[in-house]
Design a protein. Structure first.
Length: 248
């Protein structure tokens, strides 16, 4: 499906990013994966096979994003697909009122820098490259169902902003046939949600009754990045087992 395509997947040493990179490789794509831990990144690349390039890229280092993107393109050769997955979670529980009053500027800035400014700047670099090289490519931004909840802190605010940026950029670059969409995962069986291998999948807070899996997210990405979804522009696909409907 993606034979002859070249992709960058940020934050792909584990979790959702790793699963999306795996899906792309299995479907014929050459992939560059990024992360800040070189050892973990190389181990992940080895698991994914020969068509994968590990590339150390710290999502918190905002000033170096243009240079890092340029270096990544040089290593990969071309970029048809850019998956904006790198992100961090808030240090404090944003759904606890008492905790909100203790959030520091440093905690706020860390999340906003990575989840919003970093995502925006990376998308800017990817789209600029595609426009300049007449590539009818794809950008996929990983948001969260937190985008649909009242924003109590930096994480929710950043994910809401990503969803709206996806709309705006999807509309503005559709005339260039650059398809920009997003996925908003709900509770997924990952370390970020305090789930570890062997834990039960059942979850009573989710109407569907269980956690989603990273492999299921990768299947959503497969469709949105495919030629079949080229007319879907600026949309964010909610994947949450009806978890976020209570906020509508």
């Amino acid at each position: 499906m993606f034979s002859g395509k070249y992709a960058i997947v940020t934050g792909a040493s584990r979790g959702i990013g790793f699963a999306i990179a795996k899906m792309l490789v299995e479907n014929g794509c050459k992939v560059l994966i990024t992360g800040r831990n070189e050892k973990t990144l190389k181990e992940s690349a080895e698991k994914l096979g020969n068509n994968v390039i590990p590339f150390v890229w710290d999502a918190e280092d905002l000033t170096n994003i243009p240079a890092k993107f340029k270096e990544a393109v040089s290593l990969l050769g071309k970029v048809d697909i850019f998956v904006n997955n790198a992100g961090v979670f808030a240090q404090r529980n944003e759904w606890s009122g008492g905790s909100l009053l203790k959030t520091t500027v440093e905690e706020w800035e860390k999340v906003i820098n990575v989840n919003l400014t970093g995502v925006f700047t990376s998308m800017q670099q990817a789209v600029k490259y595609m426009v300049e090289n007449n590539i009818q490519g794809n950008v996929l931004n990983i948001s969260s169902v937190a985008a649909f909840e009242p924003a109590n802190g930096a994480y929710g605010a950043s994910k809401t902003a990503i969803m709206n940026l996806t709309k705006g950029w999807g509309m503005n670059f559709a005339p260039h046939h650059i398809t920009i969409n997003g996925i908003a995962p709900g509770p997924i069986a990952t370390m970020m949600n305090n789930w570890k291998e062997g834990d039960p999948m059942e979850n009573s807070r989710i109407p569907y009754g269980r956690f989603g899996t990273i492999e299921e997210i990768a299947k959503c990405a497969k469709y949105l990045l495919s030629e079949d979804a080229k007319m879907i522009c600026g949309e964010t696909l909610v994947f949450d087992g009806a978890y976020s409907i209570r906020f509508n």
